[in-house]
Design a protein around this ligand. Structure first.
Ligand SMILES: [Zn+2]
Length: 286
């Protein structure tokens, strides 16, 4: 139908002025043609587009399921794993012993840092991590303790009946000395566990803080753990603790670089200690 006759048909319809039979026939024919065209296009669309849409939807759906299911499984497994770890850790008791701070005694002091404060900060942060992971934790002191002397640390620790004790200290020597080292007990039935704990602590701190792992030493080694050993047998106060105990000298307060690590990254020292504790319990006797 031409534009002109179409327009005529439209006008005759619009104005109700009547149409010639020819116009009426043209109008019907045009309407029928339009309907057929629409139906044909619809069919064509369905034939070509619908399968593609279906395929795309299926592929997208499969992809979404493929991504989501492992994620959901992973999240569920992690949640179960965390709950199981917390339950397991709730059976484990750890005593942390922040060195010094008894009756006004501060330990070493360099660069405006007092050892008692550095030790306490790391101990408190370690406690946070361990308790988050479900461990039972007790500290021999949670602030300066003017009322007790050093002997109280072992009395307190033993009363807790812990699985292990970790005494947290910072080292001091000449300014060039740097690194991490630990002391373990000698002459006790718990010596092997004490040694293993000491080794895990130095390894973990050295790795996380990038410090030299100097080594582990018996509590009576002169110039290391036992500073008065020249007078004969000099046990460390950790000797009086019943549970396997290690004394970690985190880093040298007397070294500028080490002191900066102790000041800036106490949380990393705490994390390293917590990880050493986890490994201690997870690999018994190894
Ligand atoms: Zn100390």
């Amino acid at each position: 139908m031409s534009i002109r006759s179409g327009l005529l048909a439209f006008l005759c319809l619009l104005l109700f002025a009547g149409c010639t039979p020819q116009e009426e026939a043209d109008l019907k024919a045009a309407a029928e043609q339009a309907r057929q065209t629409a139906v044909a296009r619809g069919k064509e669309y369905l034939a070509t587009e619908a399968p593609r849409v279906k395929e795309t939807a299926l592929a997208e759906g499969k992809k979404a399921v493929g991504t989501a299911v492992p994620q959901i499984k992973g999240t569920a497994a992690a949640a179960v794993g965390t709950a199981a770890a917390r339950a397991r850790n709730s059976l484990r008791k750890v005593v942390l012993d922040p060195g010094h701070g008894w009756q006004g005694e501060s330990g070493a002091s360099y660069f405006d840092l007092k050892e008692k404060d550095v030790n306490l900060k790391i101990a408190l942060l370690t406690q946070q991590i361990l308790e988050r992971d479900g461990y039972r934790v007790a500290l021999t002191r949670t602030a300066d303790d003017p009322d007790h002397d050093l002997a109280y640390a072992a009395q307190f620790a033993n009363a807790q009946k812990p699985d292990i004790v970790i005494s947290i200290h910072a080292n001091a020597a000449d300014a060039s000395a740097s690194g991490t080292e630990a002391c373990h007990t000698v002459g006790k039935r718990t010596d092997e566990q004490s040694k293993r704990l000491a080794k895990l602590l130095t390894g973990s701190i050295a790795a996380r803080l990038g410090l030299q792992e100097i080594g582990i030493f018996p509590e009576n080694s002169p110039g290391k753990c036992a500073r008065t050993a020249s007078t004969g047998w000099a046990k460390l106060y950790i000797h009086d603790m019943d549970a396997p105990t290690a004394l970690i000298e985190t880093a040298f307060l007397s070294n500028r670089g080490d002191a900066k690590l102790l000041t800036d990254r106490p949380g990393d020292f705490a994390q390293a200690i917590a990880e050493a504790i986890e490994r201690y319990f997870e690999s018994p006797g190894k």
